[in-house]
Design a protein around this ligand. Structure first.
Ligand code: GRF
Length: 198
């Protein structure tokens, strides 16, 4: 019997290094039953879309004007429609810089995960790596969690720790956290795809 496919859609606004890590993992056969079926961005020309095309994945830009940190009602509907077209089992927010509102959440209940660059519940919100660094933490890391209406507060699925050495500067800590993210996120997606609960 053919293994069931676990359909993954990725949303992101920026460099897409995590989306790339997911697609590299899939290409290497390490993503379990998961397969990326679409990548969507609110930023025209974002690198995440280039990565998607490189891996032969559908890559779509959808305008989210006029707001900077959320989707207006019209854009939200367009986003829901596009993501529904890909019939995802999982929606991955990988550097998607807009707050997800109720209608989108309800369209994909229990299917949306987010990657955050701190050990939540510590340092939710923007500039999390910098906040941990400036607070003098000796350990920080990254978190994958289920998305709910409360920002960065849904149930935690997985975390990875990163040590901050006394002589690390912020750049070094950022590099370490991103490296940890590139391991954690594909691992969580693989594990979710193997839970057989979809
Ligand atoms: C990551 O640090 C993620 O934790 C945060 O946004 C960043 C996205 O980076 N939410 P990239 O676009 O995947 O390179």
């Amino acid at each position: 019997m053919e293994a069931m496919l676990y359909r993954v859609v990725i949303l992101g606004s920026g460099t897409g290094s995590n989306a790339r890590a997911i697609m590299e993992s899939e290409a290497a056969g390490s993503l379990g039953q998961a397969q990326v079926v679409g990548v969507l961005s609110d930023v025209d020309g974002a690198k995440i879309l280039d990565h998607a095309r490189e891996f032969g994945k559908p890559a779509v830009y959808l305008s989210a004007a006029p707001y900077r940190t959320k989707l207006d009602d019209e854009a939200e509907l367009a986003y829901i429609e596009q993501v529904e077209n890909w019939a995802p089992d999982l929606v991955v927010l990988a550097g998607f810089m807009r707050v997800i509102k109720r209608r989108f959440l309800e369209a994909f209940t229990g299917k949306i995960i987010n990657l955050h660059p701190s050990l939540l519940p510590k340092y939710p919100g923007l500039h999390a790596i910098q906040k941990a660094f400036e607070a003098g933490e000796s350990i920080t890391g990254c978190t994958v969690h289920w998305v709910t209406a409360d920002v960065d507060a849904g149930e935690i699925i997985g975390q990875a720790e990163v040590q901050i050495a006394a002589d690390d500067d912020l750049d070094i800590v950022e590099t370490k956290v991103h490296a940890a993210e590139h391991e954690l996120l594909p691992r969580v997606i693989r594990e979710l795809s193997q839970e057989g609960s979809f």
